[in-house]
Ligand binder design. Structure first.
Ligand SMILES: NC(=O)c1ccc[n+]([C@@H]2O[C@H](COP(=O)([O-])OP(=O)(O)OC[C@H]3O[C@@H](n4cnc5c(N)ncnc54)[C@H](OP(=O)(O)O)[C@@H]3O)[C@@H](O)[C@H]2O)c1
Length: 276
């Protein structure tokens, strides 16, 4: 179903910009991120009437930025919210300043909670009035299902938004609104460079993630990206409990083993008694 007015957070690059590009030309867009210049570039490259996209430069790590975005969205009357802005700082938790963890949790988690709390009542009321359905898409990650040593707060924030979205979907099941948590696997964006990680060799295109999300909205509450290539029974099983999707992630199992080895090494170095 086409939406009239869509707010996309983290629209200045990657998956957020891809959402802006794949939505129908008739859709009005509110694009937000910190970099006004990059937001304007994304807006300038879109098909459709000039002025179709409005740009809101705001830092979601701070309360002022979150309030500014909420006020503009309320004034515009959105009917689809894409909570996509996100970041990670890679490295051992104890080696990093706590400001990195604050920023990660504020953008990845607190911003989604505050935006949804402020915007959902208006979106639901308008959808009821107009006899339409509103929508919310929240970017989680396949990383939400496994421990993430070296990305502890990032992984935990993605697990949080996944369960948060599923819970809200259940609470709002009788309202005219569709909620979807999207779990991309590696996606080809600036995310890794910014997080201080190597770029993965095989990655999905950002447009594919955005298209799969739009196709899934209204059909399920959790979408595991690229699972459509697998038989329906496996897809259903994985959507029921996405942790079961581990059968197709040998890399994730390797990560778990690596995390265990790292912990043992650390214990050994510190002379801590090890579990048998
Ligand atoms: N790439 C992957 O492999 C992957 C996999 C799973 C999930 N995801 C999730 O997908 C989402 C989009 O990531 P991406 O891959 O497209 O990465 P990206 O290209 O780095 O985009 C991240 C977006 O978030 C915005 N952002 C970051 N910090 C912000 C802040 N403090 N305030 C406002 N906006 C901020 C950035 O805009 P500014 O820099 O202009 O502020 C940018 O538009 C994230 O939630 C990420 O966790 C990505």
């Amino acid at each position: 179903m086409a939406h009239n007015t869509v707010l996309i957070t983290g629209a200045s690059s990657g998956i957020g910009a891809a959402f802006a590009r794949i939505l129908p030309e008739s859709t009005r867009l509110l694009l937000t991120g910190r970099s006004e210049e990059r937001l304007r570039q994304v807006a300038g490259g879109l098909a459709g009437a000039p002025g179709r996209a409005e740009v809101i430069a705001a830092d979601l790590a701070g309360a002022d930025g979150r309030t500014a975005v909420i006020e503009r969205a309320l004034a515009s009357g959105i009917d689809l919210l894409v909570c996509n802005a996100g970041l990670a700082w890679s490295g051992r938790f104890l080696d990093q300043p706590v400001t990195h963890q604050d920023e990660t949790l504020s953008v990845n988690l607190l911003a989604s909670v505050e935006l949804l709390h402020a915007l959902l009542p208006d979106m639901i009321a308008r959808a009821r009035r107009e006899g339409r359905r509103a929508g919310v898409i929240v970017l989680s990650s396949m990383g939400a299902f496994i421990p993430a040593p070296g990305l502890a707060c990032y992984g935990a924030s993605k697990a949080f938004v996944l369960r948060f979205t599923q819970s809200l979907a259940a609470e709002l099941a009788h309202e005219p609104i569709d909620l979807l948590a999207v779990c991309p696997t590696y996606t080809d964006t600036d995310f890794f460079v910014r997080a201080g990680l190597p770029q993965p060799r095989r990655a999905m295109a950002a447009e594919a993630v955005a298209s799969e999300a739009m196709d899934s909205l209204g059909h399920r509450t959790v979408h595991l990206c690229s699972l459509h290539r697998y038989p329906q029974t496996l897809r259903r099983l994985a959507a029921f409990n996405p942790a079961l999707a581990a059968w197709r992630w040998p890399r994730q199992i390797a990560t778990l083993l690596q995390a265990f080895a790292l912990r043992r090494d650390t214990w050994r170095q510190r002379g801590v008694p090890q579990p048998r």
